[in-house]
Design a protein around this ligand. Structure first.
Ligand code: MG
Length: 247
């Protein structure tokens, strides 16, 4: 079977928030600010994480490594009629012999957020996933937040219903994402529950599930401070510091 005939489904938290290809773009370099201006910039805990994502060649290499290995593994997945990357409780009614499909998250998985968003604002363009080279074959393949799935109750921003929707017509061979929530629904967003949610599928990592690195943000952050964004920033930061391991 030709790899190009695999359907690509994009399951996004917010389609409107999608932005540019995940490979850093040196053309977006801005001139360095004078020392005084740099000193005036308030400290931001996300600085180095964002800098690494945008400027470190290591980030680019990790992405290349993951997608290259996934492409190789895909041949084995296609050849194995029992290969299925949907979580166990999302396979109900899923077809086993349907056309093969791959499910991808958008933000920080196939697209890098911030630079593209800025260009869209300047140019007035609308985003198009197809422009960055993924063979998305129509709007039916874009399953954004708000997608109504018959006989499946959407809970918050969980993606389970959208994954099930794909599984009703396709054999899902692989999933790609930058958060556990992209692969399986997390019932309670605590560090322990997140770890527990993925535990049955640990052997699928690097086989059926492909996790991309995103140190900038994600549901792992509020999990550190009980998901209470109403707390003062200092309190949230204290909880994050308390969550650090020192031995
Ligand atoms: Mg994402």
């Amino acid at each position: 079977m030709n790899v190009r005939r695999i359907s690509i489904f994009v399951v996004s938290l917010s389609i409107a928030a999608c932005r540019q290809a995940a490979v850093p773009n040196a053309q977006t370099n801005a001139p360095p600010k004078p020392a005084a201006a740099v000193d005036a910039v308030p400290a931001d805990d996300d600085l180095q994480a964002t800098l690494w994502t945008q400027r470190a060649v290591e980030h680019d290499l990790v992405f290349r490594e993951i997608y290259r290995n996934a492409k190789e593994r895909l041949k084995k997945a296609i050849a194995d009629p029992k290969w299925n990357a949907l979580p166990l409780d999302e396979r109900k009614g899923a077809v086993r012999s349907g056309p093969p499909a791959v499910i991808l998250d958008v933000d920080e998985t196939m697209l890098d957020n911030s630079p593209y968003q800025a260009r869209l604002i300047r140019s007035g363009e609308e985003y198009d996933l197809r422009k960055v080279g993924f063979p998305v074959t129509g709007t039916d393949s874009l399953l954004g937040l708000g997608t109504v799935v018959k006989d499946c109750k959407q809970v918050g921003t969980n993606k389970g219903c959208r994954r099930q929707l794909v599984g009703r017509t396709h054999r899902v061979l692989m999933q790609f994402g930058d958060q556990i929530d992209d692969f399986v629904d997390v019932t309670a967003n605590t560090p322990d529950d997140r770890a527990k949610s993925v535990q049955p599928y640990v052997d699928w990592i690097g086989q059926r599930w492909w996790m991309l690195p995103n140190p900038m943000y994600g549901s792992w952050v509020p999990a550190q401070f009980n998901n209470d964004w109403k707390q003062p920033r200092a309190a949230r930061r204290r909880a994050e510091i308390n969550a650090l391991r020192t031995n």
